[in-house]
Design a protein around this ligand. Structure first.
Ligand code: ZN
Length: 200
């Protein structure tokens, strides 16, 4: 049973994090609703690397949380997903961890956003204080997952609120969360595809 606020949260050494959706938030969406399935398709959105670097220097773990059901659908392999992740972290100049839901929609897993399982698993493994953390994405399902995990949320918009704007507002302490609600708890965590590489 994983509770939202673990007992150990009373100690002072917990990490704070910014959870980041991937496609449409860090990098351009694949054309025509396709999946990003090779490193050559990874193209960062403007300011994304700058934003991630700023947040990490400000003491936030930057953790990708992304639905990639193309794996379950047989459209790409886990190896291809991992190669894309490697390319993405090269372009970003480092990321602290990536958590992917590779299940399909009908599988009933608890990690496909808007479920909070990816964030809860990262929090448990990386000692993250969810109440001191943010979820940033471009879709409602990202925000719902963030709220369900007990995070504050920010929604990026292609024209008027970029990831860099979001990073600036978090660091300046004047970010206006998209919305907040009571977090929900998830008792069982589904296995996820996890790639962790803490880069100094
Ligand atoms: Zn899942």
């Amino acid at each position: 049973m994983l509770k939202r606020v673990p007992a150990r949260s009373i100690h002072l050494a917990m990490n704070k994090a910014v959870f980041l959706n991937r496609d449409g938030t860090l990098n351009r969406l694949a054309p025509q609703a396709d999946h990003i399935r090779s490193p050559e398709q990874v193209e960062l959105l403007r300011g994304a690397a700058h934003a991630v670097g700023m947040l990490r220097r400000a003491g936030y773990l930057c953790v990708i949380v992304s639905n990639q059901r193309g794996v379950a659908l047989g459209l790409m392999t886990e190896g291809e997903l991992e190669a894309v992740d490697v390319r993405l972290r090269e372009l970003l100049g480092g990321i602290d961890a990536s958590y992917y839901c590779t299940h399909s929609i009908g599988e009933g897993c608890d990690c496909r956003k808007p479920e909070p399982g990816l964030l809860l698993r990262a929090a448990a493994e990386l000692d993250i204080d969810l109440g001191d953390s943010w979820m940033i994405g471009d879709s409602v399902t990202d925000l719902d997952a963030g709220v369900a995990a007990g995070c504050r949320t920010l929604r990026v918009q292609p024209v008027d609120f970029s990831l860099l704007d979001a990073a600036h507002s978090i660091i300046a302490g004047n970010a206006q969360p998209a919305w907040t609600a009571e977090p929900s708890c998830t008792s069982v965590l589904s296995p996820v595809k996890k790639i962790i590489s803490i880069v100094p």
